[in-house]
Write a protein that binds this ligand. Structure first.
Ligand SMILES: C=C(O[C@@H]1C=C(C(=O)O)C=C[C@H]1O)C(=O)O
Length: 167
């Protein structure tokens, strides 16, 4: 195997210190608060309704004709702060309107409360499918949760400050 191909494989793998975070089950909020030694600070950068892109519909697992139909969802985009001035994680959560029924409606009124406080309130893990990819912002994990029959897609990108944090 040539050096170039080894190098190309090396750049397609996450740094070893991120692997356990990218693959972790359970609440990322809880893990981040444990690392920070303090409650997570959530800075909302966007919250509201948006029509999903084709890529987002595919990421939600939609197929066939459903991909051609417009799909409105509640979107929440946040920066998560541990104990640094710089954010550790950038997150985007997609809630299809059909998922916001019953007690899931509170997912639209979270404000500064981390989603994890609600998602993992009564259970340590939630059934999910996990995808990991590298983005221009950093390594990202995308999780499709089945939360009591409701579909949620949460993408979390680990930002440079997370990797350089010494806690
Ligand atoms: C989904 C969780 O909640 C975290 C909190 C988020 C928020 O408040 O918007 C978004 C992504 C998560 O990192 C979790 O704790 O695993």
């Amino acid at each position: 195997m040539s050096t170039n191909s080894i190098a190309s494989i090396a750049t397609s793998l996450p740094p070893i210190e991120l692997v356990s975070w990218l693959n972790a089950e359970g609440s990322l909020t809880a893990m981040l608060e444990d690392k920070a030694g303090q409650p997570l600070r959530v800075e909302r950068t966007f919250e509201g309704y948006r029509l999903l892109t084709l890529q987002q519909k595919r990421q939600l697992g939609l197929q066939g004709s459903a991909l051609n139909r417009p799909l409105l969802a509640w979107i929440r985009e946040v920066l998560l702060y541990g104990n640094d001035e710089q954010p550790w994680v950038g997150a985007q959560s997609i809630f299809p309107l059909s998922s916001l029924k019953g007690n899931a409606r509170r997912l639209q009124q979270l404000k500064g409360t981390p989603i994890g406080y609600v998602l993992f309130k009564r259970r340590r893990t939630v059934p999910n499918q996990r995808f990991v990819r590298q983005t221009s912002e950093g390594w990202q994990r995308q999780t499709r949760y089945d939360w009591y029959g409701r579909l949620l897609l949460i993408s979390e990108t680990f930002l440079p400050a997370f990797l350089s944090s010494d806690t």
